[in-house]
Design a protein around this ligand. Structure first.
Ligand code: SAM
Length: 255
C-alpha cells in the first residue's frame, strides 16, 4: 500500500471559516495532511526518494535518522521500506499531538496489511516534542523537510547548532524549505508560478488565497543565501543545494 493513500482529500480551505485564523497542525490538518503536502509542495515525492539514497551512501551501522517535524512519518516509512538490509534506527519528532496520532494510525494500518512491512516499520519510534529542545546524539542524518520554516527566525541558528553537535562526524542534515527571492519582482513571478502549480493540483483560487493568508506570519521563508549562511554559521563545513524548484529548495549540509 502506498504511504500516502490513507489520507483524506484536502478540501480544508474550501470548507474552513476564514475567520478561524492562523494555520496550525491540528486535527483538521492532520486528517488531510498527506494529500495536502503532496499537492502543495513541488518535488515532494522526489525529496522522499532522495532520503533513502542519501542514507544508503553512509557507511554507518546503525544508520540513525532523526526526522525533526516528522508529521505523519512519510519519510521514515520510505526509509524503512527502501533499505530493508541496512541496520536502521528511525526516530521521528513532532510537537503536534494531532500529526503524531495520524502517524501512529498510519503505521498501525500499514503494519496490519502486510507482516513484512510490519517488521520494517517496527524500526520507527516517534516522540511528541519540540525540535528546539529535543535532545539526541550520534545521528547519521537529520531530516528537516519543510519544518525549519515554521520555527521562529531567531531560534533557527540555535536549533541548527544543536543539530550540528548531535550529528556523527561525517553526518549530514537535509533541509527542505520554501524560499523567497531577494528581488521583489522575481519573487512575485516565482510565487505566481507556484500558484499556477497549485491550480494544476486542483486547488481553487479561494483555497489558494485562504491558505496563503493562514500561513502569513506562521511560515517565514528566507532566501537561499540567508539559509546557506545560517547553515555555515552553525558549523557545517559543506553546504549545497540538491534540489530547487522556483520557490522551494532542498539543502544538504555536511558536518
Ligand atoms: C510541513 S510539516 C513537515 C513535513 C514532513 N517533514 C514531511 O516531509 O512529510 C511541518 C511539521 O513540523 C511540525 N513542527 C512545527 N514546529 C515544530 C516544533 N517547534 N517542534 C516540533 N515540530 C514542529 C509540525 O507539527 C508539522 O508536522
Amino acid at each position: 500500500m502506498s504511504v500516502n493513500n490513507v489520507a483524506k482529500i484536502d478540501k480544508l480551505f474550501s470548507e474552513i471559516d476564514p475567520q478561524i485564523g492562523e494555520f496550525a497542525f491540528d486535527d483538521n490538518v492532520a486528517r488531510v495532511f498527506d494529500d495536502m503536502i503532496s499537492r502543495s509542495v513541488p518535488l515532494y515525492a522526489d525529496v522522499q526518494r532522495l532520503v533513502p539514497v542519501l542514507a544508503d551512501l553512509l557507511d554507518h551501522d546503525p544508520i540513525k535518522v532523526v526526522d525533526l517535524g516528522c508529521s505523519t512519518g512519510t519519510s521514515l516509512i520510505h526509509l524503512a521500506r527502501a533499505l530493508p538490509d541496512r541496520n536502521l534506527e528511525l526516530i521521528g519528532v513532532d510537537n503536534s499531538r494531532s500529526m503524531l496520532a495520524k502517524c501512529r494510525e498510519k503505521l498501525v494500518l500499514l503494519a496490519n496489511q502486510d507482516p513484512t512491512d510490519a517488521e520494517l516499520l517496527e524500526q520507527i519510534r516517534v516522540f511528541q516534542d519540540d525540535v528546539r529542545s529535543f535532545e539526541f546524539s550520534d545521528a547519521s542524518i537529520v531530516l528537516m523537510n519543510y519544518t525549519l520554516q515554521f520555527i521562529d527566525v531567531e531560534s533557527r541558528p540555535v536549533v541548527l547548532s544543536r543539530i550540528y553537535d548531535s550529528l556523527k562526524n561525517d553526518g549530514l542534515i537535509l533541509v527542505s524549505e520554501k524560499v523567497v527571492h531577494q528581488q521583489p519582482k522575481m519573487d512575485d513571478a516565482l510565487v505566481s508560478l507556484y500558484f499556477e502549480f497549485k491550480r494544476r493540483q486542483g486547488y481553487s483560487e479561494l483555497e489558494i488565497s485562504r491558505k496563503r493568508d493562514a500561513l502569513e506570519n506562521v511560515l517565514v521563508p528566507l532566501t537561499v543565501d540567508q539559509n546557506m549562511e545560517m547553515f555555515r554559521a552553525a558549523g557545517f563545513a559543506k553546504v549545497e543545494v540538491l534540489l530547487k524548484w522556483f520557490n522551494f529548495a532542498t539543502f544538504a549540509c555536511y558536518r
